[in-house]
Design a protein around this ligand. Structure first.
Ligand SMILES: NC(=O)c1ccc[n+]([C@@H]2O[C@H](COP(=O)([O-])OP(=O)(O)OC[C@H]3O[C@@H](n4cnc5c(N)ncnc54)[C@H](OP(=O)(O)O)[C@@H]3O)[C@@H](O)[C@H]2O)c1
Length: 290
């Protein structure tokens, strides 16, 4: 039997961003009027990780466009965990700060199990705190983690529903894979969850109507991993041999098999930043209501 190759639709973030930006600008200006100040986001960065510096700059740039006062408090790589924790505590106690984000990676000497608890849950716009994660898993109101929520918002925007479908998530990090699987389950998808110990990865991923990949290994996923007609969401950000930014999915190989896929760059990356700003506005809006 011959299957007609699929014309792969490009699920770019740009059209979503163009629609959403004026809405966020309007919300930000209404909040500025109500609070007598702009919504405030503070980012903590430790050390000089080049990729982090770029992410932080992108966050600040889009925040300024939306009308959010975003600034980064930059510590040298030698700063102690106690010193940084004290700064976060100050931001927690400052009533004029709506959202706080601690940029990862942190120096290896910092204990992630402790850092997770630093940001007060009501300002945890990056959704790392165990209370925030627990609320999400239980389906209670709270901030949603920006990258997984961004994947679902992009699917919503392009008119896809995962309800009753088979979704496969490759990767089980606390910030992408695990919360994404939880959000998909909450949307009535049947979820297959893969990781580095999964035997015969392609045999599992090929069952998926929606395939989400968050691993950090360029080219890991190719045609043999994709069910004909599947929608592929590539969260990965890496570099190919020529130094070009690429995802985990070999987009040339899956063209003709997948019916739609997100580009890298220009897919989930911008959705993540928008999600962070949406969470910051949500946090500021709670102050107006209370
Ligand atoms: N677009 C965005 O905004 C955004 C946001 C966050 C992250 N990212 C990118 O997404 C990627 C993943 O990030 P992360 O923080 O989730 O990474 P991570 O913490 O390193 O987790 C990677 C996951 O991939 C799994 N894995 C590794 N090799 C595998 C293989 N051969 N087959 C199947 N699974 C494998 C690992 O399994 P084990 O658990 O068994 O080790 C782990 O669960 C990175 O490229 C990162 O830069 C992008």
């Amino acid at each position: 039997m011959f299957l007609t190759p699929f014309m792969m639709k490009r699920l770019a973030a740009k059209p979503y961003r163009e629609k959403r930006l004026p809405e966020l600008q309007k919300t930000a200006s209404e909040l500025t009027r109500a609070l007598g100040r702009k919504p405030v986001l503070r980012v903590i960065m430790v050390g000089d990780h080049a990729a982090s510096a770029l992410y932080v700059a992108n966050k600040e740039k889009l925040a300024a466009e939306v009308g959010i006062d975003a600034a980064t408090i930059h510590f040298p790589a030698t700063a102690s965990a106690t010193e940084v924790r004290t700064a976060v505590k100050k931001l927690n106690d400052d009533g004029t700060v709506d959202g706080i984000l601690i940029q990862r990676p942190l120096p290896a000497t910092y204990l992630e199990s402790e850092v997770l608890l630093w940001v007060a849950p009501e300002k945890d716009v990056d959704a790392f705190h165990p209370e925030t994660v627990g609320r999400m898993v239980l389906g209670l109101e709270g901030f949603l983690p920006c990258t997984p929520a961004g994947c679902l918002k992009l699917l919503d925007f392009y008119g896809y529903s995962v309800k009753g479908k088979i979704a496969c998530v490759v990767g089980r990090s606390s910030i992408v894979g695990k919360p994404l699987a939880s959000l998909l389950l909450a949307r009535d998808a049947t979820v297959l969850h893969c990781h580095s110990r999964t035997p015969d990865l392609a045999a599992i991923t090929r069952q998926a109507d929606f395939l989400f990949v968050a691993v950090g290994k360029p080219g890991l996923i190719g045609k043999s991993h994709v069910k004909p007609g599947a929608v592929v969401i590539d969260v990965g950000i890496g570099k190919d041999a020529a130094g070009k930014t690429v995802g985990d999915v070999d987009s040339e190989s899956i063209a003709g098999t997948a019916s739609a896929a997100t580009p890298v760059p220009g897919g989930i990356g911008p959705m993540t930043i928008l999600g962070l700003l949406e969470n910051t506005l949500e946090s500021a809006a709670k102050k107006v209501k209370s």
